[in-house]
Design a protein around this ligand. Structure first.
Ligand SMILES: NC(=O)c1ccc[n+]([C@@H]2O[C@H](COP(=O)([O-])OP(=O)(O)OC[C@H]3O[C@@H](n4cnc5c(N)ncnc54)[C@H](O)[C@@H]3O)[C@@H](O)[C@H]2O)c1
Ligand SMILES: O=C(O)CC[C@@H](O)C(=O)O
Length: 630
């Protein structure tokens, strides 16, 4: 930023979200037939003038002729406009008062309603350049002061020439008349402000498009630039994540790239550079090498339940917050398990294969109802316990085994021995999580301990079952059937080929990891995970994160929020509070939570603080990441 920079800011659709004369027309004609007709005419005239298609004076005259306003209406207008100030202007209130000598409102609107709005932001009255209404003795608006250059065609340019500001000038606005200042050489940079409206003709002329004041301050490296602008947040979504997720994140203002399959480690190390938010499913191995190659990564979203594909320790050490969707696809998995259990008990896969081969085998041999059969569930978590309810409602006797204490639902019986469960169950269904200790958890010895003629279902994780042993058990008819949805090695995408140690068995169902692949589940996930990501970006809330201390935060109403992630060492909070004390900073609220590895401190502070405070925060010992929100 130059030593002296002036900020020339437009009012309508820039400082405020709206065009003031549109609002005035609504006030005047509310509840009458005229509201729509006059409103439309006013809007058309405004758009034509803003796009440079109609001279400003003509547009102004025609618009005022349509409005029959009084001083009282103008006062009502400014009161309404106070509520309609652009969000990013509100967020940066401190900037306007800090730069009070350098901020100029240059508008072809009217001081009569602009002044009460902008002076609340510390903008000086003498720095407001705009038209003024003329009134008759009944306080009715009769027109405008025609000697004001801002009422003329190219009025803003004329005014800037008269002002001849000494310093660098940045002009910020949504209209063509704002661009004309830059075109005439009275400004160095024209920011086309698109937070409220995007005018293509104006955008085409812009030096920079800015969809918020945050972005402007960030771009010019203003010392008060704080929150990272949303439009600079890059999101990479892999593995065909549902389109709704992409749309949700785009709506939030992020840049989003969506790719079909997974990437391997080296590809991902390249692709992840500059990415702030990564979305994956079960195929992407997010290794330490990838996390270390990520130079901007803040958040990882697993658009599924399992997070075993993610090096959570590496993420935590690097201050990357990981979310998953722990419930969104559980029902889909349960329904698939139920369907497969019935199919296998009735030998349907075998019958289908026979039919394909032209064999007609109408026989009840080896086919059973599920009613009254014993279902043994291993892993009684979100899926296992839901399966328990549905299976019981079909008349199955449910038994379960879990490594932690779990309350049995319905009439399910808890077993404290895995062997006991294997010994009695007609169907064994695996629903354990993918923790490293569960690799090859269900081995040959467990398969052999299963009842003769029993059925095995694995919709949990591929490495959990010793598939070679399963193949032998199926070939020898020790087991009557199996359904396997997950495999130790799975293809990266739908174009890759697949092979597994278990195959060519009549009563076997193999599926390509689709337990959670229903449209309902994918839509639920596409809603849940982005909402967590957005909440973390906007409020710092880590609630439901799988690796961060879970902190649920209130929305920030005023003030600034400092988010500090550090290694969990003693004395960090004391250091932090010393910084606040030394910089004379008023703390509005503070939250601290730690886990074994990291501490997460959130401090809400009053907006008026010395900017050097932010640098001090980054220098605190063992800091991993620091960011600010407002
Ligand atoms: N096939 C699919 O498409 C699909 C879809 C969703 C989930 N999943 C997988 O299903 C599994 C279950 O998901 P969830 O949401 O119910 O998980 P969860 O974390 O809610 O439940 C897992 C349960 O298993 C228990 N457990 C872990 N190791 C165990 C062991 N060795 N012996 C006995 N109990 C053990 C845990 O204590 C926990 O209660 C996970 O592996 C998940 O990744 C697969
Ligand atoms: O959809 C996926 O890729 C994974 C589904 C499932 O394994 C999960 O963990 O939720």
């Amino acid at each position: 930023m130059a030593d002296k920079t002036f900020f020339v800011i437009d009012f309508d659709s820039t400082f405020t979200k709206v065009e003031a004369l549109d609002v005035l027309s609504d006030i005047l004609y509310e509840g009458t037939d005229k509201k729509e007709i006059v409103g439309k005419k006013i809007k058309d005239l405004t758009d034509q003038a803003m796009a440079g298609e109609l001279s400003f004076r003509e547009a102004l005259e025609q618009r005022l002729a349509l409005l029959e306003a009084t001083k009282k209406d103008v006062t009502q207008l400014s009161n309404e406009l106070k509520e309609l100030v652009s969000e990013s202007v509100k967020r940066n209130k401190a900037f306007f008062s800090n730069e009070t000598d350098n901020v100029l409102i240059v508008s072809s609107g009217f001081k009569d309603f602009i002044t009460p709005v902008v002076t609340e932001y510390g903008i000086k009255e003498e720095n407001i350049y705009a038209n003024t209404f003329t009134y008759n003795d009944k306080d009715e608006v009769t027109g405008f002061d025609a000697s004001n250059p801002l009422s003329e065609h190219k009025g803003k340019v004329k005014l800037m020439k008269e002002l001849s500001l000494e310093g660098e000038v940045v002009v910020i606005g949504d209209g063509y008349t704002d661009y004309e200042i830059r075109e005439a050489g009275y400004a160095k940079t024209f920011f086309a402000f698109t937070e409220n409206i995007k005018r293509e003709k104006v955008l085409a002329k812009a030096d920079v498009e800015a969809n918020s004041f945050d972005e402007i301050l960030f771009t010019i490296k203003h010392p008060m630039a704080t929150s990272f602008p949303k439009s600079k947040i890059k999101v990479l979504l892999l593995e065909n994540i549902h389109q709704d997720a992409k749309e949700r994140l785009i709506q939030e203002g992020y840049q989003v790239e969506l790719l079909g399959g997974a990437l391997d480690e080296d590809e991902l190390c390249e692709k992840i550079k500059g990415v702030h938010i990564l979305g994956i499913r079960s195929k992407t191995m997010l290794t330490r090498k990838v996390v270390e190659a990520a130079d901007r990564l803040m958040i990882v979203g697993a658009f599924c339940i399992g997070t075993n594909q993610i090096d959570l320790d590496a993420c935590t050490e690097h201050g990357v917050c990981v979310f998953n969707a722990p419930y969104s696809n559980t029902r889909s998995v349960v329904e698939m398990a139920i369907g497969e259990i019935i199919m296998l008990m009735r030998q349907i896969p075998k019958r289908m294969r026979q039919m394909d081969r032209g064999e007609w085998s109408k026989s009840a041999g080896g086919s059973f109802e599920v009613r009254g059969k014993k279902l043994g569930i291993i892993g009684y978590g979100n899926i296992g316990s839901q399966l328990s309810i549905l299976a019981e409602s079909m008349g199955m006797d449910v038994y379960y085994y879990d490594v932690v204490e779990k309350l049995g639902l319905g009439n399910a019986t808890k077993l404290s021995s895995l062997d006991k469960l294997l010994e009695i169950s007609d169907v064994v269904s695996l629903h354990v999580d993918g923790r490293p200790e569960n690799k090859m958890f269900f081995k040959r010895e467990h398969i052999q301990k299963m009842k003769k003629g029993a059925i095995l279902v694995n919709l949990a994780r591929g490495p959990v079952v010793e598939l070679e042993a399963l193949q032998e058990a199926l070939e020898s008819n020790h087991l009557a059937g199996a359904a396997i949805d997950v495999f130790p090695v799975e293809p990266k995408n739908n174009n890759d080929t697949f092979d597994a140690p278990v195959k060519n068995i009549d009563n076997l169902i193999l599926t390509p990891h689709i337990g959670g692949s229903t449209l309902e589940a994918q839509e639920n996930i596409a809603d849940f995970v982005p909402s967590k990501m957005i909440e973390y970006v906007n409020t710092g809330s880590s609630f439901n994160s799988v690796n961060f201390p879970n902190v649920q935060l209130p929305r920030l109403e005023s003030g600034h929020r400092l988010l500090h992630i550090h290694q969990n060492k003693s004395g960090i909070l004391a250091q932090m509070n010393n910084v606040f004390a030394n910089r004379g900073c008023n703390i509005l609220g503070q939250y601290l939570k730690t886990n074994e590895d990291i501490g997460y401190v959130i401090t809400d502070i009053d907006q008026s603080y010395q900017h050097e405070l932010l640098e001090d925060m980054k220098k605190i010992d063992h800091t991993i990441k620091f960011r600010i929100l407002y």
